[in-house]
Design a protein around this ligand. Structure first.
Ligand code: SF4
Length: 363
């Protein structure tokens, strides 16, 4: 009988113990001989990563070229500037650009004991570094094209969340690839049951709007909360006279968002500083915090914080209510009530029940 190379483990167990390695089986030197349940291992690995992450924000566009990566990088940096622990997971397999936005072009990561270490982006004034995980850190060369079938993409989505050692995070911002295909479905399935919300990036052109509305529909059909839409390229400020004008008419975008019941949370101008910002390796909300671009991103960052806080408050309330309900039904409570004079007992019980009832009402 083949014996597991892990002493003390039962190779016949249906759900064997996890090997405890902080990476996916595909990276494992033991993979060929390993008798453990690899599917279970990877599931646990992902769950253990996600258990340390507060709010996940999927930045979606459904269309390429609308500035989704710019939005992801700047929203992540804006959250970090507010003191939050933030990670950026670059899920754009064919255009992993987050390494560029955070100044890690050409850098690679090596598998460690706890998995793949994300790159730490440090900047003056940040309490915590922004942790960046990207396929770009594992490619042979920066210009290597990714020619993968869906099964590989599916696996990479699992590596992105499970194999990178994200550690405890308040926010994980996921820079999604365009489209509502394999990567989005894989991640949406994997993250079900966790605090996930979508932030949509779009531009006012009709063709971008049409694709964006498909992403809205995807979220609505999946029951994924939407934080709102970041309108990119929303107007230009003339560098000579400082006059502001719109290159694309906005009215149809505003109407379509209102009809889809989605809020516009920020309008980002078309600006030279922003379009060349990715080359500096520092998101513009950090390099020019007082500039018009950073000011334009601020409401999107605040909307993410507000969404997360509302979610945390709801979860805390439900958990408190569960605790109180359990106490109300517990023997200890009955014993405690036994110590109360009989004539006051019913009144006290009613008060407790009324308190519990109130805690169910929305604040
Ligand atoms: S192949 Fe997978 S389950 Fe087996 S030891 Fe390696 S990481 Fe663990």
């Amino acid at each position: 009988m083949a014996v597991s190379h892990f002493p003390g483990r039962d190779p016949l167990a249906l759900v064997p113990e996890d090997c405890g390695r902080g990476h996916a089986c595909q990276f494992c030197p033991e993979e060929e001989q390993c008798k453990l349940d690899k599917g279970q291992h990877e599931k646990r690995l992902i769950e253990s990563r996600l258990a340390q992450i507060g709010q996940i924000i999927m930045v979606m566009a459904n269309k390429g070229g609308v500035g989704k990566s710019t939005v992801s990088a700047n929203v992540a940096a804006g959250l970090a500037a507010q003191g939050y622990r933030v990670g950026v997971a670059d899920a754009d397999i064919h255009g992993p650009n987050q390494s560029r936005f955070f100044g890690f072009v050409g850098q690679r990561v090596r598998l460690g004991k706890q998995g793949l270490p994300p790159k730490d982006f440090e900047f003056f004034g940040l309490e915590h570094p922004v942790k960046v995980g990207s396929l770009a850190f594992m490619m042979e060369r920066d210009d290597t094209p990714i020619v993968w079938r869906d099964a590989y993409k599916h696996d990479f989505m699992h590596h992105l969340i499970g194999s990178f050692d994200w550690g405890p995070l308040d926010f994980l911002v996921i820079d999604m690839p365009p489209g509502t295909g394999n990567e989005l479905i894989t991640l949406a399935d994997m993250l079900e049951g966790h605090d996930v919300a979508a932030l949509l990036a779009t531009t006012p052109q009709e063709v971008a709007l049409m694709d964006s509305l498909k992403a809205v529909r995807f979220c609505q059909e999946r029951g994924m909360p939407m934080i709102g839409v970041v309108e990119n390229m929303a107007g230009v400020t003339c560098p000579h006279c400082s006059g502001h004008f719109h290159v694309f008419p906005r009215s149809h975008l505003a109407d379509a968002l209102a009809a889809a019941d989605v809020a516009s949370v920020a309008q980002i101008p078309l600006s030279l500083a922003l379009s060349s910002g990715s080359d500096t390796g520092i998101p513009i909300v950090l390099s020019e915090p007082e500039g018009p671009e950073a000011q334009a991103f601020a409401p999107a960052v605040d909307a993410c914080v507000a969404h997360a806080k509302a979610g945390f408050a709801d979860a805390a309330k439900q958990s408190l209510h569960g605790l109180a309900q359990a106490s109300l039904e517990s023997d200890e409570l009955e014993q405690a009530l036994g110590a109360v004079p009989p004539e006051q007992r019913d009144a006290l019980r009613q008060q407790l029940e009324s308190l519990l009832g109130n805690s169910n009402e929305p604040s």
